[in-house]
Design a protein around this ligand. Structure first.
Ligand code: ASP
Ligand code: MG
Length: 420
């Protein structure tokens, strides 16, 4: 069993959907679970639809027709593949929009945004069936079971694993073809409500399927030839990494390399399932292999840049040390507000955190802290992480910029620096 994941860019138009077929036909006689994201920028547009619904903005209808038109024209180019299902899904959304949105924003979000993957798989599955690649569709909402945390739902592993195993069992009458098409990013909560797993969560969905199915390998098909040691958008002279360890991949993803969703690696590592990142435009090329490894050669310095950071220093107004109860209050607020810490440090009288600069969240945080703490901050910063660092690469990256905070461990250095 193999698990493939095709992201939004790999199904952004009719030609890309055809290319999915070309790739699958390179693996005849294999059992493959194919996890598909929403097409192109559909998820972003559905987020706008949600916002318009919640604000009762009339723009909602126009946005929706745009999404419908986009999918319909792809379907038309592919022999009307998925056209009926598209109509049905769009009707369901329209009906939903006529009712009042749930009072909880994130619940409204999941009701709407989860449909993007249903639209894409409708087209992909029917197109493949029509073009001689038999497959069945599996509704991910029937097997990916989560808690009730809308927009960031946590998978209930036991229930999910047993449902996936049952769905793929050869004795299941719905398992006729070798290929199964399913949706990334979406699932259902225990109480049966639609949920999503967090933006870019389809990689993670694929890893959940791979784990449950004890897959022999997972492949993420991307618009890049593999994982690089740095994001080519920010750095010059980048190199493709042929093989990296699970551990390195987790560190790179966690600190902001946008190649793989950070939660993806753990389930694969637990079962020692190799993960390949390959190019969908050059599917025969080697790509990057992420696996269990202690290979010293893979220790090429990697750089990750996270722009748009704010460094916040928090000190108690009563000049007491930032002791456990102070930290307890601060962490409580951060967790409650959904703010994650990218880097932190404490000194005798202040506690510093580097977080993504979402102005609205930061403002709320400052207000909440202002009772007991003095707060100072610096904006327009960048968090740089270098794995397998040495002095030369640090100098090159910092390039005379002011370093506001720095932390070194044996293999990784992190620095908060002014933006260039
Ligand atoms: N469609 C979702 C998103 O754009 C999930 C994914 O693509 O991984 O975030
Ligand atoms: Mg995507």
């Amino acid at each position: 069993m193999k698990v493939f994941k095709f992201g939004g860019a790999s199904v952004k138009d009719a030609a890309s959907v055809k290319n999915v077929g070309t790739i699958l036909s390179m693996f005849p006689d294999e059992k493959i679970c194919v996890v598909v994201s929403a097409m192109g920028k559909t998820t972003n547009l559905l987020e706008k639809v949600t916002e318009a619904w919640v604000n009762q903005d009339v723009a909602v209808l126009e946005l929706l027709s745009g999404i419908e038109q986009f999918h319909r024209s792809i379907a038309e180019e592919l022999n009307d593949s998925g056209k009926l299902l598209i109509k049905q899904i769009m009707n369901e959304i329209r009906q939903l929009l006529q009712s009042a949105p749930p009072s909880y924003y994130d619940a409204a979000y999941d009701l709407i945004v989860s449909r993007g993957e249903l639209l894409s798989t409708a087209i992909v599955s029917e197109y493949l069936n029509q073009s001689g690649i038999p497959n069945q569709m599996l509704d991910a909402r029937k097997v990916i079971v989560t808690n009730e945390a809308n927009r960031n739902a946590r998978v209930s592993w036991k229930e999910t694993t047993s449902r996936i195993v049952a769905a793929f069992d050869d004795s299941n009458p719905e398992q006729e073809a070798l290929i199964t098409i399913t949706q990334g990013f979406i699932g259902s909560s225990v109480s049966g409500q639609p949920v999503t797993l967090g933006r870019e969560g389809s990689d993670y969905s694929a890893a959940v399927f791979a784990f449950a199915l004890d897959a022999g390998q997972m492949i993420i098909w991307k618009d890049v030839p593999g994982v690089f040691n740095a994001d080519p958008r920010y750095f010059k002279d980048v190199v493709k990494l042929d093989r990296i360890s699970y551990r390195d991949a987790i560190e790179l993803a966690y600190f902001g390399a946008s190649v793989i969703h950070p939660k993806t690696i753990q389930p694969l590592q637990n079962k020692n399932i190799p993960l390949y990142v390959k190019s969908f435009t050059d599917p025969g090329a080697e790509g990057t292999l992420i696996h269990q490894s202690t290979d010293a050669k893979s220790q090429i310095p990697s750089f990750i840049s996270k722009p748009g950071q704010v460094l916040v220093s928090i000190s108690p107004k009563d000049f007491s040390f930032v002791a456990e109860d102070g930290l307890h209050t601060i962490f409580g607020l951060l967790s409650h507000m959904g703010i994650s810490i990218n880097m932190m440090q404490n000194s005798a009288i202040s506690f510093s955190i580097c977080v993504d600069d979402h102005p609205d969240k930061i403002k709320r945080l400052f207000t909440a802290l202002s009772g007991d703490f003095n707060v100072k901050y610096n904006r327009n910063l960048e968090l740089v992480t270098i794995r397998y660092y040495n002095k030369k690469v640090i100098d090159k990256i910092v390039n005379k910029r002011a370093v506001l905070l720095e932390q070194k461990s044996r293999l990784t250095v992190q620095m908060v620096v002014e933006m260039e």
